[in-house]
Design a protein around this ligand. Structure first.
Ligand SMILES: [Zn+2]
Ligand SMILES: [Zn+2]
Length: 432
């Protein structure tokens, strides 16, 4: 091979990955045709880091010792909660262990904005009952109606990220065509080097600032209607607890960057059309003009401890959307799998039987085939039932892409070569 990959090196003109070509003894960019001598590169030219630029305003604080405020601490998970004195929180909404009331209120950072609760406690309790019912794999001892009273309205601390992205993605792509030469089947493969550069904007990509809150829960409760964000007012606290953040914006922005970059890449990918295959080679997406605001978001929460594990039910306090993790009863899971598999087996057997009757054909491995299919159906049904009992983390931010903000800035599709491959040679007599 004349080529050796140096994909760590990036083109100084377009940012595309460079390849060392032995025939010209140079680093060559397949995306803009630039050529560079090896001597032009120093070690620190190798990888241009993607940048992410975020800034945050300094907010207001509620003074320590404020009258009428209680501060609670969970010694198990480390959560710190604040509530008016009459609220009387007793158990940690995050981990279900008892809360300890602190002697003094130590003050808290106030949010830039807050989404008020729109769903009341009764509706949250009804939703919780609904959430439990119909879960076939839930252990019988898990549901205890008396616990419904312990459901807590919590303002969960959130960081909201606004930004623009600007960057390029590089692909290798092919256009393929089948043809015949004589009796042989051939494939013509035209190779392309494709690059796209685009910018777009994102608005209020959320990440929670509560270490003890599973990120997957909060991701599952999205979206929130941000048009209802209002300025903080102590009156909104009445009857609810507020959680102090223990993860600042710096601690969570890596996760937000990942979501934003993934969506930027998939938006850019949509502009690569008309190819048989497309594979991403490299990308370089900068995050610019990032602005972070601190917001409190309403969540109804109840954490139940069962066999030493914590299972949290969470409900979006604005929209009523629910999520959570529930324990799976092993016996119930096995029973469910067996039941589905037996039903599927019977149905498939019946179909094979009818096929035999009507077509007169002899489907020999019918039993084995039916058994395999039945087991697969059972496994799919079980995994889907389990999947409805856990929350899922998000890795993209498509719903926070600002409408109409996508701007394609550069678009190149270079034909780099054509290959012909023999797919199937015609049968020839061997003359034996
Ligand atoms: Zn280039
Ligand atoms: Zn706790």
């Amino acid at each position: 091979m004349a080529e050796q990959g140096y994909h760590d090196y990036k083109c100084k003109n377009c940012g595309g990955p460079l390849v060392f070509k032995g025939d010209v003894n140079k680093m060559v960019c397949e995306f803009c045709d630039s050529q560079f001598d090896m001597s032009e590169f120093k070690d620190d030219d190798r990888v241009r880091e993607e940048t992410s630029d975020w800034s945050q305003s300094a907010g207001n604080t509620m003074a320590a010792g404020e009258a009428g405020m209680n501060e609670y601490a969970c010694n198990t998970c480390g959560a710190v909660l604040v509530a008016e004195e009459n609220v009387g929180a007793t158990e940690c909404p995050y981990c279900g262990n008892p809360l300890i009331i602190k002697d003094t209120f130590e003050g808290m950072n106030l949010p830039d904005g807050l989404i008020p609760f729109a769903v009341d406690k009764k509706s949250a309790q009804d939703a919780l009952k609904n959430y439990y019912s119909g879960k076939k794999l839930l252990p019988k001892g898990f549901i205890d109606n008396n616990r419904m009273d312990n459901i807590n309205g919590v303002y969960v601390p959130f960081w909201l990220f606004d930004c623009e992205t600007d960057g390029s993605v590089f692909y290798k792509a092919t256009k393929e065509r089948d043809y015949k030469q004589g009796e042989d089947d051939w494939k013509e493969i035209r190779d392309f080097a494709v690059m796209r550069a685009a910018s777009m904007s994102f608005e209020k990509v959320p990440a929670d600032g509560a270490k003890e809150m599973d990120d997957a829960y909060m991701d599952s409760l999205e979206p929130y209607d941000y048009s209802k964000i209002t300025a903080y007012n102590a009156a909104y606290m009445s009857g609810y607890v507020a959680s102090k953040y223990d993860e600042d914006a710096n601690a969570v922005k890596g996760r937000v960057d990942e979501r934003i970059r993934n969506t930027a890449k998939s938006e850019i990918r949509k502009t690569v059309e008309g190819y048989t295959t497309v594979s991403e080679q490299a990308s370089d997406i900068d995050i610019k003009n990032g602005k972070i605001t601190y917001c409190m978001i309403p969540v109804w929460m109840l954490t139940t401890r069962y066999n030493g594990e914590a299972y949290t039910f969470a409900m979006n306090g604005q929209t009523g959307k629910v999520t959570g993790d529930l324990p799976v009863d092993k016996g119930a899971a096995t029973g469910y799998f067996a039941k589905i598999a037996v039903i599927a087996f019977a149905v498939i057997q019946a179909i094979f039987f009818l096929l035999k009757v009507f077509q007169g054909s002899n489907v020999v491995p019918a039993e084995i085939g039916a058994l395999v299919v039945a087991l697969i159906i059972g496994a799919i049904a079980l995994s889907s039932a389990k999947s409805s009992m856990v929350s899922h983390r998000k890795h993209e931010a498509a719903q926070y892409l600002k409408q109409g903000s996508f701007k394609l800035k550069r678009k190149e599709d270079r034909h780099t070569g054509t290959r012909n491959e023999l797919v199937r040679k015609a049968q020839q007599s061997t003359g034996a």
